[in-house]
Design a protein around this ligand. Structure first.
Ligand code: ATP
Ligand code: MG
Length: 419
């Protein structure tokens, strides 16, 4: 029996990897422009970190984690997301002593035991960032504008930004009581998740994937209408900052985010084309998280974007991705002697940053030409004994067949400046 990739995982093959490079590089460039620096965190962490940092009542912790005991008897979990690990690192390295805001971005794989669907995998990729230390709405607007600039630089034509506020522990406590009173007469008719959430985290009943479409959920009181004055001011200030930047948004009172540690601002970028897997990116403020993971009380905010979902959306919108031509020139050697010259020229070209190829399969001349053609190599040089004797070769541009005479001794320099 042949072995295939595990369910929920995917190979990213050379014919698509350049799309990934483009998204990852553009994201890194945009983050750098905003003053964010990259952090790399471990693929696995102590299971306790996610229990505390993601939250015991979330689907991620309750149903989706890859948890195992290692040979030393430790409970280890493959990271289901990046925020908890970044927060752990922030605390462990005393980054609270740096002058704020401490701005970090990441490019990671994440693991969740989920039912595989289009845009939903068990191993997937996230591009995300976290900013620590700033309480004001300016940073909320800043991280949203990082995404806005990223999407524009990638050439996305449309994507919908939805924002909401889920308040602070004070306003949420009063609201949760109100929600419980509202749901109490209905809770028996609701799904098992909702019945559990009714006790532990009634706010999450609002985004239930099973009961969410029922009128009883749709008509529930909305937290956005019951914010305390400080939270209301924060939300209003965020809206006016987005208006000032010209970033369009709509308010979606149903975004509560699956994760417990969020406070105040929550947001999603949603595809206007795709259905249930249409959330490309989610984020928000988590002023309680650093403390709940054992650090000093520190405000924070961040987001994570699913790279698979972003690329699906980019494809749906017909965004062109150009495959870079790393190989600029093919050098064909016509004799054993010429092949040695070709091998040395290729070595020198590569040392000088020019991508090139030579025959490694013992192919005859015609077969070498066919190979170079199939690979779409834009320039070609043929070197035989005559060329070695005269010290001159023809550099042929495949696009129009034009040829330029170049001395072999000057070929590297010529390619460096002209190809
Ligand atoms: P969903 O409601 O779609 O399950 P989520 O709320 O669990 O999303 P987050 O934890 O906010 O997602 O993760 C941020 C982003 O990571 C999502 O918006 C999505 O683009 C991506 N993502 C999450 N889970 C998966 C997965 N299993 N496969 C691929 N991408 C994912
Ligand atoms: Mg999920």
């Amino acid at each position: 029996m042949s072995i295939t990739a595990p369910k929920g995982t995917k190979d990213i093959l050379p014919e698509e990897i350049f799309r990934w490079h483009k998204a990852q590089q553009t994201f890194a460039d945009v983050c750098h422009m905003f003053g964010y620096e990259e952090i790399r965190i471990p693929t696995f962490e102590d299971t306790n970190l996610f229990q505390r940092g993601v939250g015991d009542t979330t689907d991620v912790v309750q149903k989706e984690m890859y948890t195992f005991e290692d040979k030393g008897g430790r409970s280890i979990t493959l990271r289901p997301e990046g925020t908890a690990g970044v927060v752990r690192s922030y605390i462990e390295h005393g980054m609270g002593n740096l002058s704020g805001p401490v701005r970090l971005f990441y490019d990671i794989t994440a693991f969740r035991y989920e039912k595989q669907q289009k845009g939903r995998y068990r191993e997937f990729h996230q591009l995300g960032l976290e900013a620590f230390g700033a309480t004001g709405p300016e940073i909320d607007a800043e991280i949203i504008s990082v995404l806005d600039v990223f999407f524009k630089k990638m050439g996305l034509k449309s994507i919908k930004l939805c924002i909401n506020s889920i308040g602070c522990p004070t306003c949420r406590k009063a609201y949760n009581e109100m929600l419980k009173d509202y749901f109490r007469p209905h809770v028996d008719t609701m799904c098992e998740d909702c019945r559990n959430r009714f006790e532990k985290n009634p706010l999450r009943m609002i985004d239930c994937k099973i009961d969410g479409e029922k009128d009883v959920v749709k008509n529930a009181p909305r937290l956005i209408d019951h914010l305390c004055d400080d939270c209301k001011d924060h939300f209003e200030a965020l809206k006016s900052r987005l208006d000032n930047l010209g970033i369009a948004y709509s308010i979606d009172p149903n975004i509560v985010r699956g994760l417990d540690y969020y406070t105040r601002t929550v947001f999603e970028f949603v595809s206007e084309n795709v259905g249930t897997q249409g959330t490309i990116c989610g984020g928000g403020r988590y002023d309680g998280l650093v403390e709940s993971v054992g650090g000093p009380s520190t405000p924070g905010i961040g987001f994570a974007m699913g790279v698979e979902r972003f690329l699906l959306e980019a494809e749906a919108q017909g965004i062109p991705f150009e495959k870079p031509d790393y190989t600029k020139i093919y050098l064909a050697g016509m004799s054993d002697n010429a092949k040695d010259v070709v091998a040395k020229l290729c070595y020198d070209l590569r040392l000088n940053g020019v991508g090139c190829e030579q025959d490694l399969m013992g192919r005859a001349f015609r077969a070498q030409m066919k190979y170079a053609g199939k690979k779409n190599v834009p320039y070609l040089v043929v070197i035989g004994d005559d060329e070695i004797a005269s010290g001159v070769v023809n550099v042929k541009k495949m696009e129009d067949g034009s040829q330029t005479e170049v001395k072999i001794s000057e070929l590297v320099e010529y390619c460096k400046t002209n190809l």
